[in-house]
Design a binder for this molecule. Structure first.
Ligand code: TYM
Length: 332
């Protein structure tokens, strides 16, 4: 079985629709066909300031949402990044293999540090992509299911793995991004020229999966479209409508062409009303399931403990090979 590895940050409150459609949905599907490793990346989370109690709560919340979304601990390995110390250890080796200029070209750092003020951004935020490289290489992942915004980090992973293999001999599998074209980038409902995100979206443009379903329905109904009236997929000229069609198609399993046919001659309001309903049907059980996992923290923590143990088995093996190749003296 080919292996996949991916991660998600423990953000406050809830995952958003972009996280789910762009990544988590694929994680659920891939656990059937792949040897799958998925983690909550708390080490990445502290690249920006975090309240300790909130970080802990958000880490459990993230795990609960992943289980609610359909990850099955019998079919995949679900764990918390900080439970596997090898991530930080391999990241150091990878830091020393990365050029300063190379790291400086990572666009996500530029965006995030610009938002915080470059002087206030941490060095951790700067080396963030290199920790992600370590995450992926530790598991010898063949594919990395993510949204479009993570493509550059997977490219960096390929570059560094190739460099390491060239310098020290074959050690790492060269991973490929697994990015579904249709859902690679879900857009903000109010401003379909930007991606949906916690940091850039306004509350009305952002669908948080755990929000009150009524509020979610309202956001869908007030999504920005255009002054045309035809319901047709055209990402360039009709980004708002196209985004709604993508969301609707993915959540219902019906093709865009089918939807276009159904809505021929109908107004935007019809699509929005139907999508609002589809969304409510999706988020209502998702919220309930998440709450059930949160209500039983002992079970949740034991799932994560088992996951960490399995993950460590793989990670420790890769790290030990890496240390040996680099020339570290073994501790006898
Ligand atoms: P994060 O936590 O920001 O996002 C989790 C996943 O959601 C995807 N995503 C989107 N997809 C489509 N449309 C959107 N609007 C949208 N917004 C977010 C992201 O692409 C991502 O797949 N650095 C990563 C976490 C990470 C990781 C890893 C991923 C750490 N180590 C190793 C893969 C492999 C991040 O911050 O994702």
């Amino acid at each position: 079985r080919p292996r996949v590895l991916s991660g998600i940050q423990p953000t406050a409150g809830s995952f958003h629709l972009g996280n789910y459609l762009g990544a988590v949905r694929q994680w659920v599907a891939l656990q059937e066909s792949h040897d799958a490793f998925y983690m909550v990346v708390d080490l990445h989370a502290i690249t920006v300031p975090q309240d300790p109690a909130e970080l802990r709560a958000n880490t459990r919340l993230a795990a609960a949402q992943l289980l609610a979304a359909g990850l099955d601990p019998e079919r995949c390995t679900l764990f918390v990044q900080s439970h596997v110390p090898e991530h930080a250890q391999l990241a150091w080796v990878m830091n020393c293999l990365t050029g300063f200029g190379e790291a400086s070209r990572m666009t996500q750092f530029k965006d995030k540090s610009a938002r915080q003020g470059a002087d206030r951004a941490s060095v951790g935020l700067f080396t963030y992509p290199i920790l992600q490289v370590a995450d992926i290489l530790l598991y010898q992942a063949n594919e990395v299911p993510v949204g479009e915004d993570q493509r550059q980090h997977v490219e960096l992973t390929r570059d560094l793995a190739t460099r390491f293999n060239g310098r020290y001999g074959d050690t790492f599998t060269i991973p490929k991004p697994y990015i579904l074209k249709e859902t690679a980038k879900i857009y903000d409902l109010q401003d379909p020229s930007i991606k949906m995100s916690k940091s850039a979206s306004t509350p009305k443009g952002l669908i948080n999966l755990l929000d009150d379903p009524k509020a979610t329905a309202k956001k869908v109904k007030s999504a920005v479209t255009d002054t045309d009236t035809v319901i047709r997929y055209d990402a360039e000229n009709k980004p708002g409508v196209s985004n709604l069609l993508t969301i609707c198609s993915t959540l219902t399993g019906r093709s865009i062409a089918e939807l276009e046919r159904d809505y021929e001659g109908k107004m935007y309001g019809a699509l929005k009303t139907d999508l609002a309903e589809v969304m409510v049907e999706f988020v209502t059980p998702f919220r309930e399931r998440t709450q059930q996992y949160l209500d039983d923290p002992e079970t949740l923590d034991s799932v994560l403990a088992k996951g960490a143990e399995k993950a460590r088995g793989v990670a420790a093996e890769t790290l030990s090979q890496t240390y040996d190749k680099v020339g570290f003296l073994p501790a006898k």
